[in-house]
Design a protein around this ligand. Structure first.
Ligand code: ATP
Ligand code: SF4
Ligand code: MG
Length: 327
């Protein structure tokens, strides 16, 4: 494994409880997902609400272990670690969630919140204080405010504090799960710029999650587009933004102001959409393309087999039977 993070065929299925356990109501939130992240790069994962982004990252970090597949971080197979080894390895992998309000304990002041995780690392008092001061300073919160409580800060400041708490663990891999979606638009840019600065300053590797393709493109070196638990298109940011191909990526693209059409979109959709038409409902129980229902280009061949990610050019891969046939 030569990339810093390597995800291989990851699956996460939620089963019901009690009588319904393992029933047909099971939800496969992540379905055979594979990708790799180069050290000190940003990998962006984009997809609509409910497509499985949070399930994927919780599985990647073993906060909720995957049902199947492998996660390698710095040549360590996380599934092969004992519970105590995993706990200690997890220091290197931190996550920042969407909502800073639920991430901070309202009854603890900032100093105590940030020091909490450091006790387990066995750091002495002066080292703990030094780390908290340094990280608060790095994220733009005055260390002199560390005796204040969460309600005394704005939403953007709270998210800075949550980021500082993650950084106190001195991670090398940071997962950012929609870190700005709960913030005002004016504050979002500040936090994104902060994340960029921190990455350069500390040499971090990011997995950045968002439903906003524009935001993902701004921050990421590589992008994966997720739909219903599957990756449907992956590539460098230039490849995805310069030549988006999968019909679902084109749909995400069309929601970005000023990007309603692209040459790639026009070339791809016009003749096929006219030819397909008809019934777009997938066959019961058959292997089908997961994007069959909304796809304007779905044809009969899309209802008889499931497309796999196939290389189009360079690192650009697309899971679409029609695109694969045309290359
Ligand atoms: N603990 C759980 N038990 C059962 N089903 C779950 C659980 N967590 C998530 N799901 C289901 O898995 C699917 C993916 O959910 P997930 O939260 O991973 O999506 P998401 O892309 O992060 O969405 P959002 O953008 O809204 O955060 C959804 O159908 C969701 O209902
Ligand atoms: S395989 Fe068929 S249904 Fe799926 S995205 Fe491609 S054209 Fe659309
Ligand atoms: Mg989520």
């Amino acid at each position: 494994m030569n990339r810093f993070v390597e995800i291989v065929n990851l699956e996460k299925t939620y089963y019901g409880h009690g009588f319904f356990k393992r029933s047909k109501n099971a939800v496969k939130a992540v379905d055979r997902v594979s990708f790799g992240i180069e050290k000190k790069s940003v990998y962006g994962l984009v997809g609509e609400s409910g497509c499985g982004k949070t399930s994927l990252v919780r599985s990647v970090l073993y906060l909720d272990p995957p049902t199947d597949g492998e996660v390698w971080v710095d040549n360590t197979l996380l599934g092969g670690l004992k519970a105590t080894e995993l706990r200690s390895f997890r220091r290197r992998m931190q996550i920042v969630f969407q909502d800073p309000n639920s991430a901070l304990n309202p009854k603890m002041n900032i100093q105590d919140s940030l020091e909490e995780g450091l006790f387990n690392r066995g750091l002495d008092n002066s080292r703990r204080k030094e780390l908290v001061t340094r990280m608060l300073d790095l994220v733009g919160i005055s260390p002199s405010h560390s005796t204040r409580y969460p309600h005394e800060f704005s939403g953007g400041q709270k998210q800075r504090i949550v980021i500082a708490r993650a950084l106190c663990m001195e991670p090398d891999f940071l997962v950012l799960d929609e870190p700005v979606s709960n913030l005002d638009v004016s504050i979002q840019a500040q936090i994104i710029n902060l994340l960029q600065d921190l990455k350069s300053e500390l040499g971090l590797t990011y997995l950045f999650i968002s439903h906003d393709l524009n935001l993902v493109a701004y921050l990421s070196d590589q992008i994966a587009v997720m739909y219903k638990g599957r990756l449907v298109e992956t590539g460098s940011t230039d490849e995805i933004m310069g030549h988006p191909m999968h019909p679902y990526t084109l749909k995400l693209f069309s929601s970005i102001p000023g990007m309603q059409t692209t040459p790639a979109a026009d070339d791809f959709t016009a003749p096929e959409a006219a030819a397909s038409g008809g019934d777009k409902k997938p066959l019961e129980g058959a292997n089908v393309c997961s994007y069959c229902d909304p796809c304007p280009m779905a044809g009969q061949e899309c209802r008889g087999q499931e497309p796999q990610l196939e290389t189009i050019d360079g690192s650009h891969k697309v899971a679409c039977l029609k695109l694969a046939n045309h290359n």
